[in-house]
Ligand binder design. Structure first.
Ligand code: GLN
Length: 500
């Protein structure tokens, strides 16, 4: 193992080396930085990073801690005191966080080092990272394609071995969908499991912070660090946090899994159908009992989401008006002009679309017809899951209906973009937990391998069981060991020199 090959390792593997003193935390950071410098101009995952500050932290870290000396990349909407936090938006240009998010305080208490601010769709609105005001992020498996979104920078960095692990956020799929499209593991915790203190809010009743990693074990370790009650987030749950890594390696003998029929519909890519069907068979061969189940209100999930999430976003984004944070328009003549021009200049098209939609569904005369009605349907969706989880431990489905699509393919058609989250959104509405993990590949016309994700959903606070099932599946396959050929140069695990 040369230092150049270090970034290809999982968190568990790096930890081992750190604890055996075969490498120091500073060397880990430096080898990562070197690889970022050779690869990221092709990927565009990082917005900024501060090696000097990270090295200072690394020198003080204790490698005996659970994540001692492990650099973790952050989606650029999680506040860390002194670091930028642009949310991928021009309106937060120049803003520096005055305080640190609870999830990051917890990561640091476990010895991890926050390193790098990752590209994202503006205010986490999007499914391709193309709504970032800063730059495009390319999928490491095929640079002409999107990495998914909105946590696309986090997912692409983990896939390209330029981050050992990253934090993203999932409001309607933004961890799981990019994890699927980029071929990594993405975990959405149950609502309330991870504190939202210090996370810039998009839709407060749906947002959760969660990890993107190379393996299920790494994901469980990051969850061990960030989960748990925080009195500064009133929606944070005061429930004990089990050791998520503890049940890994158990068999699936008493586990019942279902494949909801609403999740294998027309419009799902045939390679995705084939891979997910095979994955469910594989779970069966590992001992799980498989039955079909129905979630009858699934078809309303996307519509309900785009009413509730936009309503919440229109309220949450009202604070960005040029008075306190970031961008302010020049040559203002009066107060109205100040608000209007600052917001006109600062927000991108998708964010404006959502603010307008959200303001509309909340306005008097429409509130009952849209917002209130959507709340009622949200309850029906929640009950669908509650019924299903009376009989089963997990629901299996594709994470996304298609593999990674081409950059620019869906930007002109917002509805097509919204449908990229058709299988992930319902879990956020119901507040349950879920994971996406690699389960196969589709072939693109140009001969590139495009990753496919298997989604496993579990009931609220049943994270440990989802990790157990996901780990058993992962360890019985080789999908998670594959590395994108385009960025494989110098990587021992990939075997071959790459094309980049
Ligand atoms: N793609 C969905 C949206 O655009 C979900 C985003 C998210 O989970 N943050 O709203």
């Amino acid at each position: 193992m040369t230092k150049r090959e270090l970034p290809a390792l999982s968190i568990v593997e790096v930890q081992d080396m750190l604890r055996r003193r075969e490498v120091s935390p500073v060397e880990v950071l430096e080898s990562l930085e070197e690889r970022i410098n050779t690869v990221d101009d092709k990927i565009g995952a990082y917005l900024t990073r501060d090696l000097t500050a990270a090295v200072t932290e690394a020198k003080k870290t204790d490698v005996a801690l659970p994540l001692g000396g492990i650099p973790i990349a952050l989606k650029d909407l999680i506040n860390v005191e002194g670091q930028q936090c642009t949310c991928g938006s021009k309106i937060l240009g120049g803003y520096r966080a005055p305080y640190t998010a609870n999830a990051i305080e917890k990561l640091r208490a476990h010895g991890a080092i926050p390193f790098g601010r990752m590209n994202m769709d503006e205010f986490a609105m999007g499914s391709s990272t193309e709504n970032s005001s800063a730059q495009l992020t390319h999928n490491p498996w095929d640079l002409s394609r999107v990495p998914g979104g909105s946590s696309g920078g986090s997912a692409a960095a983990v896939a390209a071995d330029i981050a050992f692990g990253a934090l993203g956020t999932d409001t309607g799929g933004s961890i799981r969908q990019p994890a699927a499209l980029s071929g990594v593991v993405g975990f959405k915790p149950s609502y309330g499991r991870v504190s939202r203190f210090g996370l810039v809010a998009f839709a407060s009743s749906l947002d959760q912070i969660g990890p993107l990693t190379k393996t299920v074990h790494d994901s469980a370790l990051l969850m061990n660090a960030i989960a748990g009650h925080d009195s500064r987030d009133s929606t944070s749950l005061d429930a004990p946090v089990p050791d998520y890594a503890k049940n890994l390696g158990r068999d699936l003998k008493d586990i019942r899994i279902r494949l909801p029929k609403e999740y294998m519909i027309d419009g799902v890519d045939s390679a995705v159908k084939t891979a997910v069907t095979a994955a469910v068979k594989q779970l069966e061969s590992l001992g799980a009992e498989i039955v079909e189940v129905s979630l009858p209100h699934t078809e309303y999930a996307v519509s309900v989401y785009y009413i509730l999430a936009t309503a919440e976003a229109s309220a949450n984004l009202a604070r960005f008006d040029g008075v306190r944070y970031g961008h302010r328009a020049d040559n203002i003549t009066n107060l109205f002009d100040h608000y209007a021009r600052t917001r006109e200049e600062g927000f991108g098209a998708e964010v404006k679309r959502r603010i307008i939609l959200g303001t509309y569904v909340l306005s008097s005369g429409y509130y009952d017809a849209y917002y209130l009605r959507a709340q009622k349907v949200r309850e029906l969706i929640r009950r669908d899951f509650a019924h299903a989880f009376e009989k089963v431990d997990a629901l299996a489905s594709p994470t996304a209906p298609t593999p990674a699509f081409k950059l620019g393919e869906k930007t002109a058609d917002p509805l097509q973009m919204y449908l990229a989250d058709i299988f992930t959104i319902a879990a956020n509405l119901a507040g349950i937990c879920g994971i996406s993990l690699p389960c196969g590949f589709a072939d693109s016309e140009s001969g590139k391998k495009l990753p496919i994700g298997l989604q496993l959903l579990g009931k609220a606070l049943d994270e440990a069981r989802i990790f157990q099932i996901a780990h058993a599946y992962e360890q019985s396959t080789d999908w998670h060991k594959a590395r994108p050929k385009t960025i494989a140069e110098g990587m021992k695990r990939a075997g071959k020199a790459g094309e980049l």
